[in-house]
Design a protein around this ligand. Structure first.
Ligand code: NAD
Length: 479
């Protein structure tokens, strides 16, 4: 008998009729619990509750909002070990990665508790004598928040915390694969003392609940993280309905390694970026662009390092890489390895399913060489532990290849040359650039986001979050 978890609407846990099991990808016999699937009517109730709560919440004192967010952050941090374990059990990240993500979520709430007190406007002189102009920021209204499965607590945190901090109400729809962390977060928010209806949780599938949330006439803005295909569709729907929209989507992130790079560092950060968290990070590097002079040594270094990686149950100690998060994702990863081979790539290591005592979705990280930028494995996001090598003559070709993609989230360069590092910082067409660091791994207090097909709308995180979660008012004061 597994525990049943309900939706949260207007400050009450709902009575639900349809539930879905939450399966551990490290061990498919382990069911974390049953999670309610909201109906369209429940979604409507959640939006109504958020709409009704908005006038009071948007006018509430900044101290009470700061206190509530601080309390949420404090509880997440106090329970980071337990929440990180839950995360590892439902998503497949290793336990240390899960605890790290839970810690980040707690810190995000703490950061935005402070932001409640730091929101400022401007007072500027008018061109008309005797008139002054005030520029202030106000909450937007009801925000629909839609999140993916790969960061089950950090991404919800970095959307929900600023939404609440700046006085908005929230209807949150998490990814159907990871309702456990979403429910735990909702429970913490529910007990923080914020009024009923300010925050609502509706669990369910994208087509059943996400689509009606995007199209609901009383939802003022949508903050979405997920795939480019769904994001593009949401952008169109929001445009038709004139809704504010923020989209964070996929990546095909390049990692350049130049001849002058520190080889050990370059191998380590490439393995980290490409394969840790099972390659399931939007900032993972899936294209390793290597110059000729270091090429053979780099490939040998990668093979040697990859041979040491321990893949296994996310909760076991000493594991580097957990399972793929679902069977569908595993099959997609394996099919991309086959697509790469059929396009002429050479599989140097990995790329197959791994079988253990318990049934899970394990995969040996794949490294493909002899690849070119026109191949599908270098153009489409795989979203798994699959990296391909592109061989180039020198820096100029490396830069051109790095930018030769419709995505633009994160990009890295390994070099000891200040000249090339400086040029790359300026000429990379990515939203985030890393010098001698993995493409994945970002701070929580600075802007996060990409360019081209990776992101759309204002940046997330840090002070920049206010751009999306507030709206600007210009007031003219006569004498
Ligand atoms: P997805 O697009 O399949 O789903 C994301 C969310 O959208 C889920 O909650 C899903 O239920 C919902 N959804 C699906 N169909 C919908 C619809 N028609 N209307 C409204 N909502 C709908 O993505 P995923 O598989 O959960 O996540 C992986 C993707 O997320 C990858 O492409 C990855 O790069 C991206 N991602 C991007 C970032 C970033 O910040 N750029 C961060 C993490 C993940």
């Amino acid at each position: 008998m597994t525990t049943k978890h309900s939706n949260l609407i207007n400050g009450l846990w709902t009575i639900d009729s349809v539930y879905s099991p939450n399966i551990n990808p490290s061990n498919t016999a382990d069911v974390l619990g049953e999670y309610a699937q909201a109906s369209a009517a429940q979604l409507d109730e959640a939006v109504k509750a958020a709409t009704a709560a908005f006038p009071d919440w948007s006018q509430s004192g900044i101290q009470s909002r700061a206190d509530a967010l601080d309390k949420i952050g404090t509880e997440i941090l106090a329970r980071r070990e337990e929440l990180g374990t839950l995360l590892a059990r439902e998503e497949g990240k290793t336990k240390p990665e899960g605890i790290g993500e839970a810690t980040r979520a707690g810190n995000i709430f703490k950061f935005f508790a402070g932001e409640c007190l730091r929101l400022a406007g401007e007072l500027v002189p008018s061109v008309r004598l005797g008139v002054s102009v005030e520029i202030t920021r106000e909450p937007v209204g009801v925000i629909g928040i839609i999140t993916p499965w790969n960061f089950p607590i950090a991404i919800p945190a970095w959307k929900i915390a600023p939404a609440l901090a700046y006085g908005n109400c929230v209807v949150f729809k998490p990814a159907e694969l990871v309702p456990g962390c979403a429910w735990a977060l909702a429970d913490i928010i529910h007990r923080s003392g914020i009024p009923a209806g300010v925050f609502n949780l509706v669990m369910g599938r994208g087509n059943d609940i996400g689509d009606p949330l995007v199209n609901h006439p009383d939802v003022n803005a949508i903050s979405f993280t997920g795939s480019q295909g769904i994001g593009g569709r949401i952008a169109q729907q929001c445009a038709v309905n004139l809704k504010k929209v923020q989209l964070e989507m996929g990546g095909k992130n390049p990692q350049i390694v130049l001849d002058d790079a520190d080889l050990i560092q370059a191998v380590e950060l490439s393995v980290q970026s490409a394969f840790f968290s099972t390659g399931q990070r939007c900032t993972a590097s899936s294209r390793l662009i290597i110059t000729e002079g270091i090429y053979d040594r780099f490939i040998a270094g990668m093979k040697a390092r990859m041979a040491t990686l321990k893949i296994g149950d996310a909760l076991a100690s000493g594991i580097d890489i957990g399972p793929v998060s679902s069977l569908a994702q595993l099959e997609q990863n394996l099919s991309y390895v086959e697509i790469g081979k059929s396009e002429g790539a050479v599989l140097v290591t990995g790329g197959h399913r791994l079988e253990y005592e318990t049934e899970g979705f394990y995969m040996a990280p794949a490294l493909l060489t002899e690849t070119t930028s026109d191949m599908r494995i270098n153009r489409e996001e795989v979203f798994g532990p699959v990296a391909s090598i592109i061989r180039v003559k020198g820096y100029d070709e490396a830069l051109a290849e790095a930018n030769n993609t419709r995505f633009g989230l994160s990009a890295g360069i390994a070099t000891t040359s200040l000249k090339y590092a400086t040029h790359f910082k300026r000429h990379s067409q990515a939203g985030m650039v890393m010098v001698n660091l993995p493409t994945a791994g970002v701070d929580y207090h600075v802007p996060f986001g990409g360019r081209k097909g990776s992101s759309y709308g204002p940046r997330e995180q840090g002070r920049y979050a206010q751009e999306f979660f507030t709206t600007v008012k210009t007031t003219y004061l006569g004498s």
